[in-house]
Design a protein around this ligand. Structure first.
Ligand code: ATP
Ligand code: SF4
Ligand code: MG
Length: 310
């Protein structure tokens, strides 16, 4: 069973095809990393999966049922968003208690509010929880604030967390702690996780599966170890070449402008920047790069790449 899935999802902003046909599944208890450079559509896809933007085509499924946009509030109890704290997810005038209790109040969750807030803080590693109740965000460290944000999501006992760049502004040691926390939530609570990041190193450290996104499409997907040790798509190879922990070759610098989702090239969308194409391919393959419409990659657990090269 998939906890959350995108099926043929397209998201547009005017002429910009921010998400241009994506199939993606997050299995129950699975951690999937969605990676790619800035502007490739990661957050737009994440927002579609959260029901925050409605696809112009395709569907979002939660526990194998199509998302009912009239019942978003109910959906929200299953699928929660975790943003990084500097993006303003914590109100500076609210105490930790208020920040975590907010979700309970919005969703009118029955039960002892104090106990539920304490349990969520505790799951997020803030112990003893009562010590944090009356603190304000500015009295906490960056890592503690991020834990409060996570507690605010956990308090609703969701099945899935969608974490958009959860650690990109934290320093290395704190980043490791938060990643360890996310891994623990999966083991202890069976949570499924979609981690959105531009950092392949982070995907390497946390994800079971990785989906590499380029210009609105997933161009390579598969088991993290497989994809990151034997990447097949030239774009994945280039991204990997600049990750010190995993690089096995000299950095590949991608030429060409940052891609524009309102002008997606025909044929392979990566062709204008593809080092393999630029290096020269046999005429028959080069023509396929220029003209062939590559299919949307399947959402199964196999290793797939949207590239005409074997
Ligand atoms: N609300 C919006 N209105 C108009 N265009 C948007 C909107 N949100 C995103 N876009 C455009 O859609 C494309 C994809 O943006 P998106 O934020 O999904 O990328 P991203 O991969 O999350 O980037 P980043 O790594 O910088 O967060 C970009 O070209 C962006 O300018
Ligand atoms: S299909 Fe061609 S242009 Fe596209 S990534 Fe593969 S080699 Fe490069
Ligand atoms: Mg984003």
């Amino acid at each position: 069973m998939s906890a959350l899935a995108a099926r043929g999802v397209h998201v547009r902003f005017g002429a910009a095809r921010a998400v241009d046909g994506v199939d993606l599944e997050i299995g129950s208890g699975e951690i999937v990393a969605l990676v790619g450079e800035s502007g490739c559509g990661k957050s737009s896809l994440a927002r579609a999966l959260l029901g925050l933007v409605r696809p112009v085509r395709g569907t979002v499924e939660c526990a194998d049922r199509p998302l009912d946009y009239r019942r978003l509030k109910e959906f929200r109890r299953h699928v929660q968003l975790v943003l990084q704290d500097p993006s303003g997810s914590l109100n500076p005038r609210h105490t930790v208690y208020e920040a975590v209790a907010e979700g309970l109040r919005i969703h009118k969750v029955p039960g002892d509010e104090r106990e539920l807030v304490a349990a969520a803080l505790s799951k997020a590693g803030l112990r003893p929880p009562e010590r944090f109740f009356l603190r304000y965000p500015h009295e906490l460290s960056g890592g503690q604030r991020q834990r409060v944000v996570i507690a605010g999501a956990l308090v609703l006992e969701p099945d899935v967390l969608v974490a958009d760049e959860p650690v990109s502004s934290l320093d290395a040691s704190v980043r490791g702690e938060i990643l360890a926390l996310l891994l623990r939530l999966r083991t202890e609570l069976g949570l499924s996780l979609l981690v959105v990041t531009h950092d392949l190193g982070l995907a390497w450290n946390i994800a079971d599966r990785v989906a590499v996104m380029y210009l609105g499409r997933i161009v390579e997907t598969g088991d993290t170890a497989r994809v990151l040790t034997s990447p097949r798509h030239p774009y994945t190879k280039a991204l990997l070449s600049v990750v010190p922990e995993i690089a096995r070759q000299d950095p590949i610098v991608l030429k060409g402008e940052a891609p524009d989702p309102s002008r997606i090239p025909a044929g392979c969308r990566f062709r204008p920047r593809c080092p393999a194409y630029a290096a020269g391919l046999p005429a028959e393959l080069a023509e396929r790069c220029e003209k062939e419409t590559l299919p949307v990659l399947p959402a199964d657990r196999g290793h797939h790449a949207a590239c005409v090269l074997p």
